[in-house]
Design a protein around this ligand. Structure first.
Ligand code: GLV
Ligand code: MN
Ligand code: MN
Length: 415
């Protein structure tokens, strides 16, 4: 062995080069990435990851949800694995780091161990989870969700994009409908590195977030049913206009959510009016709504507020309002042993740090249903994410990857 393991460090320049090479796939003119789940770009990103993993001797498995597992054998492969990973899919106007960092940091850990001839007792795996973003196919984190038993495989395969194409069809088309069963293998510990996607670390000038859990998320389609009519002759008082009802609901709901707590979040990221013609009052408007809160009680309060406000709007506007519950991901607390493994890695590496709860959803939420988990955050510029301008300091990415390396080594034991 060339280096004592506690002095091992990852190669930050190689990690950065890999991030930049992956970012060329689906690169957007504004400097971001559009590599939405199960598109040709996603296939190319997956192929590149698989090639890189094979080059260092990993064995690749792909399950029937398209989740990819790259395994570096241990000296005792009967031991439960230590896993890491994240996602390669992006938002339509996504950045270079969300998800990709967690996957390529995992790869960099394995490359570092190979280069330094370090052998672990337990096998190590880097996982690419399918459709974490939930941008093309709702809900988010569906690959890890099926794997962890939250959703059935049929449900996973049947998720449809806006043009009616399903996950099952796209997995087959891009060659990632694997033959492995979608179910956990024995896991001792799991870690996910990720950019924070918020402003806290940067504002507090800290390098590492030791993540203790993830806030709760609820997704809804709120559907407003109006009466289509002509934009000119129809008097305003004779209309049943679903857009006006939607505007009333938004105004009231945003106000109530903001007044409730500074930890509460409301986002309406997609609005669809149909038939979608400028000079026709729409027949229907579908509002894609995302509510979040770190506590179960807080999220339940937001949920009840939505139903109450929708009822008020329906009565006031004479427009039927239907709420379809699309996804519910309750708040999650990570495993104390894994938090401790990250904490002690950060302490021994000497990086500034703080504990924090994630505002964004991650595959670790579902992984935590079946295995001990925690996460490692690094700052991103201005806290900006889900934006083509998303950016992170190479030195911070390197530090987070060193923490990942030592968190995994703390759990894996040397062979
Ligand atoms: C994942 O990107 C989320 O919606 O938090
Ligand atoms: Mn992500
Ligand atoms: Mn994301």
């Amino acid at each position: 062995m060339e280096n004592p393991p506690q002095q091992l460090r990852i190669d930050g320049a190689r990690l950065w080069r890999s991030l930049m090479e992956m970012a060329e796939i689906g690169a957007t003119p504004a400097g971001g990435c559009n590599r939405q789940a199960l598109t040709d770009e996603d296939r190319k990103g997956r192929d590149l990851f698989v090639r890189w993993c094979r080059e260092i001797g990993c064995e690749i498995r792909v399950d029937r949800m398209g989740n990819i597992f790259a395994r570096r054998a241990g000296t005792d492969n009967n031991l439960p694995a230590i896993i890491t990973g994240s996602h390669l899919d992006t938002q339509p106007t996504g950045g270079k780091f969300d998800g990709v960092y967690g996957v390529l940091a995992g790869l960099e850990v394995l490359r570092t161990l190979v280069d330094n001839g370090v052998q672990t007792k337990a096998p190590l795996e880097v996982v690419v989870w399918t459709n974490e973003e939930g941008a093309r196919f709702s809900p988010a984190m569906v690959g890890s969700g099926v794997w962890a038993g939250e959703f059935s495989l049929e449900y996973g395969h049947s998720r449809m994009d806006k043009s009616g194409i399903t996950i099952g069809q796209e997995l087959e088309r891009i060659g990632y409908l694997g033959d492995e069963a979608v179910q956990p293998t024995p896991i001792k510990a799991a870690f996910e590195a990720h950019i924070e996607q918020g402003p806290i670390l940067e504002k507090q000038d800290q390098v590492i977030g030791v993540v203790t859990g993830v806030q709760g998320i609820r997704w809804y389609d709120v559907i407003f049913f109006g009466t289509p009519c002509h934009a000119g002759p129809t008097p305003m008082e004779d209309r049943r206009d679903p857009v006006q009802a939607m505007a009333w609901l938004c105004e009231k709901l945003y106000g109530e959510v903001r007044a409730y707590s500074e930890d509460a979040r409301i986002t309406c990221g997609d609005l669809r009016a149909s038939p979608g013609s400028r000079n026709t009052v729409p027949e229907k408007v579908v509002l894609a709504l995302d509510l979040r809160h770190p506590t179960p009680e807080g999220l339940e309060h937001l949920h009840r507020t939505l139903y109450r406000v929708a009822k008020q709007v329906q009565e006031a506007c004479g427009v039927a309002v239907d709420i379809r519950e699309e996804w519910f991901s309750p708040p999650v607390a990570f495993d104390s042993g894994c938090i401790e493994a990250v904490d002690s890695a950060v302490q021994s590496l000497g990086y500034s740090h703080r504990k924090m709860v994630s505002g964004a959803g991650h595959d670790s939420v579902y992984v935590s249903r079946v295995a001990p988990v925690s996460m490692i955050f690094v700052p991103c510029a201005g806290g900006l994410s889900h934006n083509e301008a998303e950016s992170a300091e190479p030195g911070h990415l390197e530090a987070g990857c060193n923490v990942l390396l030592h968190s995994m080594l703390n759990s894996a034991e040397l062979g």
